[in-house]
Design a protein around this ligand. Structure first.
Ligand code: DC
Length: 224
């Protein structure tokens, strides 16, 4: 099986780009952030503090999480509910970042992610795919963009969904999440040594998709 790992901070365009590449290659697109978001959502629903390990860990045995794929689109199911829309709410982002710092939460999701890559050719996006989850991925990309650009993209995305959040708040959240994701002890966000660094600042998503699809195809030709 072939794995393409795409890591990087929030808002670098990972999901849109990874989805487009997966479609082009006929691979399964796996968005691993959705799993952390589902746990963050569940913690909020159960009135647990997502930062508090002692409150989050007892929830894990009650959690039935699965990813399902319909027409190439990933759905996240949490205890029999399709939560694919709910996990995109802005308040869930911080909760996801908080629970993702808990090592046992990461362990809990590890097999699920690895098994998907054992059974399918995948383009998997996240923070630690190239470093921890799929260290043997045939292609690894680390995607980034400036915090301002990422906050602006997030602002536009939320506006399109009818959620109004101040740009300055989003910029602050992008910075805070970057800091949390890069400084946590468990699987911090960092570029794998063999990952190609691509900065999408100043590029439209279309341009980035064309550029990245070309890079991934070239790399796959070299390794296959
Ligand atoms: O990609 P995203 O914004 O949907 O991810 C939500 C949070 O989950 C993010 O703050 C970091 C965390 N995450 C992670 O720690 N490891 C991953 N492989 C994917 C996401």
């Amino acid at each position: 099986m072939i794995s393409v790992a795409i890591d990087g901070p929030a808002g670098a365009g990972k999901s849109t780009i990874a989805r487009a590449i997966a479609r082009d290659l006929g691979y399964l697109y796996v968005d691993t952030g959705a799993l952390y978001r589902a746990i963050g959502l569940y913690a909020l629903e159960q009135q647990a503090d997502p930062q508090n390990e002692g409150q989050v860990l007892p929830l894990l045995p009650q959690l039935h999480l699965s990813l399902q794929f319909a027409n190439g689109e990933q759905q996240v199911w949490l205890n029999g509910r399709n939560v694919s829309q709910e996990i995109r709410k802005n308040e869930v982002s911080m909760a996801a970042s908080a629970v993702s710092a808990i090592p046992k939460v990461r362990e809990f999701l590890f097999d699920l992610q690895q098994n998907l890559a054992k059974e399918n050719n995948v383009v998997m996006d996240g923070r630690d795919i190239g470093t921890v989850v799929l260290p043997k991925a045939q292609v690894k990309i680390f995607l980034t963009a400036s915090p301002e650009e990422r906050a602006r993209r997030r602002y536009e995305e939320l506006q399109q969904r009818g959620q109004s959040v101040e740009y300055t708040q989003l910029l602050e959240e992008v910075r805070r999440r970057d800091y949390n994701d890069a400084h946590r002890a468990a699987a911090p966000l960092r570029r794998a040594e063999d990952a190609l660094l691509v900065d999408t600042t100043g590029n439209s998503l279309e341009q980035s998709i064309v550029q990245l699809t070309k890079i991934v195809k070239e790399r796959l030709q070299d390794v296959l």
